[in-house]
Design a protein. Structure first.
Length: 77
């Protein structure tokens, strides 16, 4: 909600996303960070995994920005 993203925008972004990082040992269960682009080209990151039924679960959704990210694919170390 803080990023003012709609479900439709997120669905579009996730329909053609790329996996940036995998978290096989996440305490919440195996998950990954994906990068997608919304209809107007705005980048979005989604940490997602699967529930016990195999359905996609969005854990965290945010727009990558400084200081944590140099660009949508590169962490600022």
């Amino acid at each position: 909600m803080a990023e003012q993203l709609t479900i439709a925008e997120l669905e579009t972004a996730l329909s053609a996303c790329e996996v940036l990082e995998e978290y096989p040992d996440d305490p919440r269960g195996q998950s990954c960070l994906v990068l997608g682009f919304m209809p107007r080209g705005r980048a979005v990151h989604v940490v997602c995994g699967q529930n016990s039924l195999g359905h996609l679960v969005w854990i965290t959704v945010y727009v990558p920005s400084r200081p944590k990210w140099l660009d949508e694919r590169t962490r600022n170390r």
